[in-house]
Design a protein around this ligand. Structure first.
Ligand code: C2O
Ligand code: CU
Ligand code: CU
Length: 483
């Protein structure tokens, strides 16, 4: 029999209300529905109360190199279990890079190499993927290429790419969703030469914010249930704290927003005020985009400039998601501001002519709880696309999960190795903010998105997948080989 909890596990509905509405559609509940009811309606599991805006949002610590030469910086990071205070007064067991949550920020510069030695002090295998990075296959964190417990491994990041807000996270086959949920992620801020001289806010006015969510048990531990459990992940986290506050000066700030949640999309606004989006996944946009809201699906990044100068000290600006506040910016002081957002941010290279067009169909087998690409589950022994080195290709990505309201599932799509350009969305121009380089793109139910990427620099096998990590873990992943 179709297990409704599992079926809903694959659904893309953003809140518990959708599930309740669904459960109400059938007059005679099935056994599994009745069971689900015995467990209480989703989204309402008892959780320790957290008072909003009671802790300050930390800025993840920057990692200090253990060694630097004129050409490179090297670092050491231990993957280790740790108890972290997320809820004041409670200790949450986490999986961490470096003992904290979120992981330490690695700062890199375009053209300057970064070596990171990761030691695995966890009781199980794990690995590291630099999301958005242009790296060789051996250093990409292939799902079956793992660092065994008690061993270490050097990852080599050449940083031969444009400046961008990247992040590193675990990619262990079938475990990526849980490992990332439990804390294995951190920022990797790659600074490009191109952005120096633009006058954007820098230093303490350039703040990375990692967005995620969590479901806590009454003892403060994280509850993990990949089959529909995200309905209960109703705590919104910014840099690892639940609904923190962050003191700001009445001037412009650059915020680097990253959705590190495994399943939730964030629909962000600051109460109708304007945010100026200056960058997407792969770095600066050609021109700033003024907007009042912004959606980020898992894995996506957006950088926005928010100008607090129209607020007086004492005023507050809340960054909202559809289900609640994410972080409250408390304007505490005036400050001089010589930063600016120029009308042009960068020039994107013209796209070469594409030689190949491929179809990528995302679909869900609700009955058997499988997430598929072109009808197939991920198989590390099967190469799905062979790509000639140097070729520029168009991938036409379609979300087939649109047959009935119940079958609507939101997906997104992420390609390793490359930054792509969105050509069009259902035949229309790319959505607001999609004009730059991207590595992850939302594909809503029934949507078709065409992207173009040029595959060069490395030969070998890489994966592509839905970045709703519960889906990639259920099979919605494929691989390509550059030959
Ligand atoms: Cu964010 Cu395959 O990765
Ligand atoms: Cu990636
Ligand atoms: Cu998906």
């Amino acid at each position: 029999m179709l297990n409704r909890r599992k079926l809903l596990a694959l659904g893309g509905m953003a809140g518990g209300g959708a599930m309740l509405a669904l459960a109400g559609q059938t007059s005679a509940p099935t056994a599994s529905q009745a069971h689900a009811h015995m467990q209480g309606p989703p989204g309402t599991a008892p959780q320790p109360p957290v008072k909003p805006f009671s802790v300050r949002m930390p800025i993840p610590q920057e990692l200090r190199p253990t060694h630097s030469t004129t050409l490179l910086d090297s670092y050491e990071v231990a993957m280790q279990p740790a108890h972290v205070e997320i809820i004041p007064g409670m200790r949450t067991p986490m999986l961490t890079y470096g003992g904290g949550f979120v992981g330490p920020t690695i700062r890199a510069r375009a053209g300057r190499r970064t070596l990171v030695r990761f030691r695995n002090e966890l009781p199980h295998a794990a690995n590291v993927h630099l999301h958005g990075g242009h790296v060789s296959p051996e250093n990409d964190g292939y799902p079956t290429d793992l660092v065994q417990p008690g061993t270490g491994r050097i990852y080599d990041y050449p940083n031969n790419q444009d400046g961008a807000t990247l992040w590193y996270h675990d990619h262990t086959h079938h475990m990526e969703a849980e490992h990332v949920y439990r804390g294995l992620h951190g920022f990797y801020l790659l600074e490009g030469d191109d952005e120096r001289g633009l006058g954007l806010p820098t230093g303490r006015y350039d703040v990375p914010i990692m967005l995620s969510d969590a479901h806590f048990g009454m003892d403060g531990s994280l509850v993990w249930n990949p089959e529909g459990g995200w309905f209960d992940r109703t705590n919104l986290l910014a840099n690892g704290k639940v609904q923190p506050y962050f003191p700001v000066a009445a001037r412009k700030y650059r915020f680097r927003l990253l959705n590190a949640a495994t399943h939730r999309h964030f629909k962000l606004d600051i109460g109708g005020e304007t945010m100026i989006q200056i960058a997407g996944d792969g770095g600066l946009l050609p021109a700033p985009v003024h907007r009042t809201d912004l959606m980020l699906t898992p894995g996506e990044r957006a950088e926005v400039v928010i100008d607090f100068s129209k607020h007086k000290p004492g005023e507050q600006v809340v960054l909202w998601d559809a289900i609640g506040a994410v972080v409250r910016f408390d304007v505490v002081e005036r400050a001089p501001d010589d930063s600016r957002v120029p009308d042009r941010l960068r020039t994107l290279a013209t796209l070469p002519a594409a030689t190949v067009t491929r179809d990528v169909a995302l679909s869900t087998d609700l009955v058997n709880v499988k997430s598929l690409i072109n009808g197939q589950l991920f198989d590390p022994n099967r190469v799905d696309f062979r790509i000639r080195h140097g070729d520029s290709e168009i991938w036409r990505i379609t979300n087939k999960d649109n047959n009935s309201p119940m079958e609507q599932v939101e997906h997104n799509f992420h390609i390793h190795l490359v930054q792509f350009r969105v050509l069009d969305r259902n035949g229309n121009p790319p959505a607001l903010g999609e004009e730059g380089l991207k590595d992850t793109v939302v594909v809503g139910p029934g949507d078709t998105v065409r992207v173009q990427a040029t595959f060069r620099g490395y030969r070998g096998r890489y994966v592509h997948h839905c970045h709703i990590l519960e889906h990639s873990q259920f099979g919605m992943m494929g691989q390509f080989e550059v030959v």
